[in-house]
Unconditional design. Structure first.
Length: 275
């Protein structure tokens, strides 16, 4: 490649500086008597004007960029690793930290298992309580069903199979001694009913007492009542009659308010109601 004058400029300057320094070195000292002659030269440097370089520096690279890229693609990075067979000593603290991390993980797993077991136990207890409640409800339903069956049977017996019955009660002993017993007779049958002391006291205070209750035939019944006791020895029997309709419960109340002990002048009052 041809070198241009512009590229020779630094060399010319160096030569010029060297010449000046040489002249200064050849100058006599201050004590010399002989005078030296100093020669001065004038050097003119002109720059050559060039419109453009004959061969630009990037022309080769531009023309061969495909080749260069292909060659660069063929390059591979080679990493060389050197290993030593001898092992380095580990820090005991790192091993202890690893053991502690494993213990923490195990404790966390144990705690999770315990919480899961507790939750499962709560669910089982809830299920057991629900099962017990359902069993109680089933038992109550069974009892209610049995009670309903009994009530139905009683209702059917009362409404569909009702039979004729008679209940006889006596009263009207207020203000006088009550008898010790009463004998109720109908035909060839008789029933004796003894009164206790509390019953006699209740009769003397205006109460009533039941002396007869049984199923009877649907017809007219005539009963004779005889009283026993010191004050009722002379009292005549009391005769009353009652009609008992079929399949009805008849109540016969004999009020002895008009009958005095030992006096047959009064007549008892018979009160009848039916159900």
């Amino acid at each position: 490649m041809r070198r241009t004058p512009s590229r020779c400029l630094p060399a010319a300057l160096l030569v010029l500086f060297a010449a000046g320094s040489g002249v200064a070195a050849a100058a006599p000292a201050a004590g010399d008597v002989t005078a030296a002659t100093v020669e001065t030269r004038r050097v003119e440097v002109k720059r050559l004007k060039v419109d453009g370089p004959d061969r630009p520096s990037l022309v080769f690279l531009k023309e061969n960029r495909v080749f260069l890229r292909a060659e660069l693609d063929r390059l591979r990075q080679l990493v060389k690793v050197t290993r030593d067979d001898r092992g380095d000593l580990l820090d005991p603290r790192l091993l202890r930290l690893r053991e502690m991390a494993a213990e923490v993980a195990a404790a966390r797993d144990t705690l999770g298992d315990a919480e899961a077991a507790l939750a499962a136990r709560h669910r089982l207890e809830s299920v057991a309580e629900i099962v017990g409640l359902e069993a109680q409800l089933d038992l109550m339903e069974t009892l209610l069903a049995a009670q309903e069956e009994r009530l139905t049977a009683i209702e059917a017996d009362y409404l569909g199979e009702q039979r004729t019955a008679l209940v006889v009660v006596v009263g009207g002993f207020a203000g006088r001694p009550a008898p010790e017993a009463v004998v109720l007779a109908e035909g060839d049958r008789s029933w004796r009913v003894a009164f206790t002391a509390p019953q006699r006291l209740a009769l003397e205070q205006g109460g009533i007492a039941q002396v007869h209750h049984e199923h009877v035939e649907p017809r007219t019944h005539a009963f004779g009542l005889t009283f026993e006791g010191e004050d009722w020895v002379q009292a005549p029997p009391v005769v009353v009659s009652v009609e008992t309709p079929r399949d009805r419960l008849t109540f016969l109340e004999i009020d002895l308010g008009g009958t005095s002990a030992g006096d047959a002048a009064g007549a008892p009052v018979a009160v009848v109601w039916q159900r």
